[in-house]
Write a protein that binds this ligand. Structure first.
Ligand SMILES: CC(C)(COP(=O)(O)OP(=O)(O)OC[C@H]1O[C@@H](n2cnc3c(N)ncnc32)[C@H](O)[C@@H]1OP(=O)(O)O)[C@@H](O)C(=O)NCCC(=O)NCCS
Length: 322
């Protein structure tokens, strides 16, 4: 487990990625520095040496210090800024800005372009995707101060993270979003473990729905997932699609204490490759200098800033400079 007390990036405990040795805090990982300095060469790097089964999982910290958030905010599109402004509470707005700024930064590692140039469109079921179908597939999820991005070279993926929180009537909630088989499985779980089992089922269902991209247009009781404690994440049955359980992989993810997460991907096998937060943190720190070094088009920047109120001291400072 790493609990970096970083004055710029804030604090949030993220479990050490299981496939990487825990890295000490402090200096950025050499990969991160390389990626920060040479992001334009990153297309090949993003999936260099990757196996087709690989799914990259990037943990995101969303309660970042204002300076870091200000840098991320500069990546957002006019639409994203408008959406951010609609949040009633500053904390929700800040987390949205961090989640979407970090998503753009992550995707720029794969596209090789600038985070602000990443262009999104919606699939038929509303799933966000990169413009042009040949790009990497991704999925974003956020819950409180933690986010996850899953990226695959070409397979549809869905990820979901939820903070385990008190739910007054788990059985009632399960009635609205679990299938009869899942409700029976949940009822059989010992009471002290039931809340966690509920969120395990929830995240697995959401991950599958998000991978399929159908949102809530697919009925929640039209498929069953395994949810009992100790039982591996698995798709058990999809109504009307008998072979689907063999065509989809479902995995639970250990992210941080108090959170439950899962990822779904097309294909019988999936290899989870955790990407270290330190790499993303170094990219955030490099973002400002890198933008200046690239010689950002001032017209382009001013159009973005004109459309958005200067929400952070950093944004105010940048506007004042022009
Ligand atoms: C739209 C939906 C994907 C939102 O899921 P969520 O768990 O509330 O939120 P998450 O943070 O995990 O995911 C949100 C992200 O999913 C992505 N998303 C939106 N629509 C999507 C779709 N049709 N397919 C896949 N991904 C989608 C977006 O990137 C979105 O990020 P944004 O809101 O910051 O733009 C959808 O499944 C939903 O509304 N779920 C409601 C929750 C529910 O009742 N779940 C029952 C589970 S048993």
């Amino acid at each position: 487990m790493t609990a970096n007390e970083d004055p710029v990036l804030g604090t949030c405990t993220i479990e050490a990625p299981p496939t990487h040795p825990a890295r000490g805090g402090g200096a950025p990982h050499p990969e991160a520095r390389l990626a920060g300095e040479r992001r334009t060469g990153a297309v090949a790097r993003g999936f260099a040496g990757a196996h087709p089964d690989d799914v990259h999982i990037w943990p995101l910290r969303l309660d970042l210090a204002p300076d870091a958030r200000g840098r991320l905010e500069t990546f957002l599109s006019v639409d994203e800024r408008a959406r951010a402004r609609r949040f009633l509470h500053a904390r929700d707005r800040n987390r949205y800005e961090c989640a979407h700024g970090l998503l753009r930064l992550v995707l720029s590692v794969y596209t090789g372009g600038r985070p602000e140039d990443v262009a999104f469109e919606r699939g038929p079921g509303g799933k966000p995707r990169l413009v042009g179908l040949r790009g990497p597939r991704f999925s974003l999820s956020h819950s409180d101060g933690l986010g996850l991005v899953a990226v695959s070279a070409g397979r549809e993926v869905g990820v979901d993270v939820e903070r385990v929180r008190g739910v007054s009537a788990v059985a009632d909630l399960a009635r609205t979003c679990f299938s009869p088989a899942e409700r029976s499985a949940l009822a059989a779980v010992r009471a002290p473990l039931r809340l966690r089992a509920f969120f395990a089922g929830w995240t697995r269902k959401e991950a599958f729905l998000k991978a399929v991209g159908a949102g809530l247009s697919r009925p929640l009781d039209s498929f069953d997932v395994a949810l009992a404690p100790g039982e591996p994440a698995r798709l058990l049955r999809v109504w009307g699609a008998p072979g689907a359980t063999e065509r989809w992989a479902l995995r639970s993810l250990r992210v941080a204490p108090g959170y439950v997460a899962a990822v779904a991907a097309v294909g019988a096998h999936v290899a989870i490759r955790w990407q270290p937060w330190e790499m993303l943190a170094a990219l955030v720190e490099a973002a400002d200098g890198a933008a200046r070094a690239r010689g950002c088009d001032p017209e382009e920047l001013s159009a973005v800033y004109a459309a958005a109120p200067p929400a952070t001291p950093r944004a105010r400072e940048m506007r004042a400079r022009r």
